[in-house]
Design a protein around this ligand. Structure first.
Ligand code: TRP
Length: 363
């Protein structure tokens, strides 16, 4: 069995640098590593609708935004299959059968679903589709026999639920489905990149995101306004690293070679941190450094986006081709699933013969 990647994003907005360090950067590396037989990247529009039913146009508009972000980060349609979830009806069919393998109580215990219900004030009126999206996510993953799912920490409960469904299916029917492994971001900063205001997470509604498609000026302004250490008032004051957004971003983005290029007085991030903690290092200097580091990542992404933006019909074409290719794979799995469940009645010659025999005997 080869190694297969599947992951995706809900198209509810443009992607930001949190998505980048949390998953996108890793996906591009994996795609280019040559270690995987196939890479599937899905725009999860159907899942996005589960909690955006008042706003379907937002989902529709953001499909191309997410696709542009994918392409500009280096996801390459020659190496990865980029597709749209709703174009693969086989996923719905799988979801329906998997629903029999999961209890309501188990879904209620899913920590991600729990916190999303709270966040959206859904308590008294949870849409059924939203409540069951972990099952549909299991269909997304297993339809492609994914072995590896690179996602952020918040998706762990989904992968765990998928693994349970796989085990249940394989034990009730037969070994058709593959249990996926999760691949988490490399460090804590990448796992949960805070918003520029230092709040827990980047979120569009809080207006605290740096988008991959922001201009250099916008990025600079956002970095200059970033939350640092409120007790670090004079440059000479000792400063704190913990909870200091600028340093968290450096943890996520900075590499040793950045110091040679932009801040040669320091050899590495630990030295910079030590100076900040001792006192005598101003926020502006650290922010300027972060801006240079981020620009080194964002500038090529921005430039590639500009190129792809020139031919939007081609972007849709890429998604169409990807969706067709993905559909073939999902259809193959669905057919194996239905065989295992023995619900392919019309191609089950043995069943038809046995039933016929039963009735010919009773004549
Ligand atoms: N739940 C993911 C998110 O909110 C999107 C998603 C849907 C996904 N299906 C998936 C991720 C399958 C990984 C695998 O971002």
């Amino acid at each position: 069995m080869g190694k297969i990647i599947l992951t995706g994003d809900r198209p509810t907005g443009r992607l930001h640098v949190g998505h980048y360090v949390g998953s996108l950067r890793r996906r591009v590396e994996l795609q280019n590593s040559g270690e995987y037989d196939k890479t599937f990247i899905m725009i999860a529009d159907a899942q996005a609708l589960t909690d955006n039913i008042e706003n379907p146009e937002k989902v529709r508009q953001n499909i191309v935004e997410v696709a542009l972000d994918y392409l500009s980060c280096g996801l390459d349609p020659a190496k990865s299959t980029l597709f749209i979830q709703s174009q693969i009806p086989e996923l719905c069919e799988l979801t329906f059968y998997y629903m029999d393998l999961v209890t309501v109580a188990r879904l209620q215990r899913n920590p991600t679903v729990k916190s999303e219900i709270q966040m959206r004030n859904f308590e008294a009126s949870i849409p059924v589709g939203f409540f069951t999206y972990p099952i549909s996510q299991a269909a997304d993953i297993t339809a492609f026999k994914a072995t590896t799912v690179p996602v952020g920490e918040d998706q762990l409960p989904m992968i765990e639920q998928t693994r349970e469904i796989v085990r249940k299916f394989n034990s009730v029917y037969s070994e058709v489905l593959v249990e996926p492994e999760v691949l988490l971001p490399e460090n804590q900063a990448c796992m949960r990149l805070p918003g520029i205001d230092g709040k827990a997470k980047m979120s569009k509604s809080l207006g605290n995101c740096i988008y991959l498609s922001d201009t250099a000026d916008e990025v600079k302004k956002k970095i200059m306004s970033m939350y640092t250490d409120p007790t670090h008032i004079q440059v000479s004051d000792p400063g704190h690293i913990e909870g200091n957004t600028v340093f968290t971003y450096l943890d996520a983005f900075c590499r040793p070679e950045h110091f040679e290029r932009y801040l040669p007085d320091y050899a590495c991030l630990d030295e910079l941190k030590a100076h900040y903690q001792r006192g005598g290092l101003g926020d502006v200097k650290v922010k300027r450094f972060l801006n240079s580091v981020l620009e080194e990542t964002l500038e090529p992404i921005r430039a590639r986006r500009k190129e792809f933006e020139k031919d939007i019909p081609e972007v849709y074409q890429i998604l169409k081709k990807g969706s067709e290719a993905a559909r073939e794979v999902a259809a193959q799995t669905l057919s194996e699933v239905k065989d295992a469940m023995k619900i392919n009645y019309f191609s089950d010659a043995e069943l038809i013969r046995a039933q016929a025999e039963k009735y010919s005997r009773s004549e």
